[in-house]
Design a binder for this molecule. Structure first.
Ligand code: HEC
Length: 198
């Protein structure tokens, strides 16, 4: 088999393997893992997988060990976040406002798209705040905060949004127990069928 055909066939086998979600299904009976079959790359080590596997779901599954308070987080915020989001979380230009509880009732966001959507009036889970900040912020250096720094800055933002007291310790146990002010502003999308629905 020419090198080109072998590559094409191997590519098809890889596509099939990915499609089935099985890393070991090959083409032409070659059951070796794609890395060995193609002579390319290497299997991800458990450490490499762990480094990427950092997502936290709404129930808090995936939250790491560690903890932080608003006092600790205030320093992180001032150093790493305020330059874009403002010293008081007021935002600026394309950098979103993070602090602010108003409007405190109803759901006027659809009627007035200029209303700022903040952690205090729009974010449904404290757990996903950890997830987002740890994975995506600071904007220019995502993933650079340690779990301690992330718990701290999450605590700081929750305290400034009048959701927790300044002294509250945020960790894998306390964060999922917080009920966010905007929690009731969202419902699970359980629609089925119909032209306009998924
Ligand atoms: C260089 C500028 C910059 C820095 C520094 C920065 N951010 Fe952001 N942040 C952004 C931008 C831009 C967005 C909007 C990203 C988007 O919508 O995709 C954002 C979005 C966010 C959001 C989501 C807001 C929402 O309501 O959707 C949070 C929360 C947040 N940042 C927290 C932080 C924290 C905490 C830090 C410090 C650790 C930080 N950011 C540092 C630029 C920055």
């Amino acid at each position: 088999m020419s090198a080109l055909r072998r590559l094409a066939a191997a590519g098809a086998g890889l596509g099939l393997a990915l499609g089935l979600g099985l890393g070991l299904v090959g083409c032409g009976g070659d059951t070796r893992a794609p890395a060995a079959r193609l002579g390319l790359g290497h299997l991800a080590t458990p450490q490499q997988v762990a480094a990427w596997n950092v997502d936290v779901d709404p129930r808090g599954r995936g939250l790491p060990a560690g903890s932080g308070t608003a006092v600790q987080g205030a320093a992180v915020y001032a150093e790493r976040c305020a330059v874009c989001h403002g010293a008081n979380g007021q935002g600026a230009g394309i950098f979103p406002q993070l602090i602010g509880r108003d409007p405190r009732s109803g759901f006027p966001f659809g009627r007035d798209p200029r209303l700022p959507r903040t952690i205090g009036n729009y974010w449904p889970y404290a757990t996903t705040l950890y997830d987002y900040i740890h994975r995506a912020m600071p904007f220019t250096a995502p993933g650079s905060l340690t779990p301690e720094q992330t718990y701290g800055v999450v605590a700081y933002l929750l305290a400034r949004n009048e959701i927790i007291p300044d002294t509250a310790v945020m960790d894998a146990r306390t964060l999922p127990a917080i009920r966010m002010p905007a929690r009731d502003r969202f419902v699970r999308d359980d629609r089925r069928g119909g032209r306009e629905f998924r």
